[in-house]
Write a protein that binds this ligand. Sequence first.
Ligand SMILES: [Mg+2]
Length: 446
Amino acid sequence: MTRCLISPFHLSKDVVYCRSVYHILFAEGAAAVDRVILHCDLNSFYASVELLSRPELRELPVAVCGDPASRKGIILAKNEPAKACGVKTAETIWQARRKCPDLVLLPPHHDLYREFSHLVNAIYGQYTDLVEPFGIDESWLDITGSMHLFGGDAAAIADELRRRVRGELGLTLSVGVSFNKVFAKLGSDYRKPDATTVISRENWREIVWPLPVGSILFAGPAAQKALAQYGIRTLGQLAAADLGLVEGLLGKMGRQLWRCANGLDDAPVRPQHEKEPVKSVGNSSTFPDNLTTRDQVRRGAARLCDSVAARLRQQGLYCRAVQVGLRDPSFHNISRQKHLGHSTHLMRELLEAAMELIDGLWRPPSPIRLISVTALDLTDTRETYEQTDLFAPDQPALDERRERLEQAVDNLRAKYGRQIISFGEGTAGPLSHEGGEEEPPELKKP
Ligand SMILES: [Mg+2]
């Protein structure tokens, strides 16, 4: 430890009793040495990206919305002039148009937003390796260890980030600078668009305590209502409240809120690559009536493959191996796995592999009580069959058709619910007469 960042107001009650700096640094560690955290929030992100290619609309009220042709479409984002008319995110186009008859509606371009999000985070990444994206348009940056390389002034770094993102990408952002994540986020909300707000050890009570409890990210309406019954409406009132009372009202979450209101949030900034990758996606079903025919087993397996494939697609993953497990009524388990020679997230291919494994493991009518299907050896890239595979010359075209079909099924289900459509294998409804209960899906981490 070469630098000592301790000043009297950094010391918590526990620390003042320590006898030496050594104790303070090493016994209290992170609590005594302040972190420097930025929260960067792109302003009206979707609308701002859209306006890059439509500068003539810049001064008009503009909103990006789900389906401009539908009265039921919802506002996804709006620019400042639309905000000034009272247009709100998540209200219907119809509601927005009532307040703002001249509102210009634009359809969303999600690929473009992802691209810009990636570019912005790449700029942040030039200042620290501790960048934690939160949604598509917000990120926390922990610059404690790197800020000395950029002049050592956190507010100046925040201003530089704003200048660079505006100059290089044409987008504005608000930045909050503070000693913890919650206050950094409050800071980026405090003044916008295109502003830097510093919430320091010196001014945090002045800035944070008058804010309503709901300004903290995870203080939802139910928590706000419960606290309001005790006259706790601002963060200052929450900070002054008895911890036991708040914990009694809201449990663990109450403790967390109370700590945040008192400036004690110590959650780390977690870089994206630290998030553990999913190792397998699996699902199992226990059947109250044992399965004894191949048809019953195939329908059971189909439903499991359907849910596993849908979850792979949801997460942008493909598997290169499939594992099947069977349990008989005396709880005897057997399982086998198979490599596929390519990667897939298609229900049909999982089912073919699963049935091949089941046929090798089981002879009807010996009874089956449980089936599990697990997708293994996951990857985020799609690998097709070897081009040299003479036995499957039409496979790429078939894959493509299946891909489109299953994508269409995902879209229908997203719109109308899972029951709306099946693959003709009894995959949509409950497991017909077997009445099988699907177990909660599992996502395995290493
Ligand atoms: Mg934003």
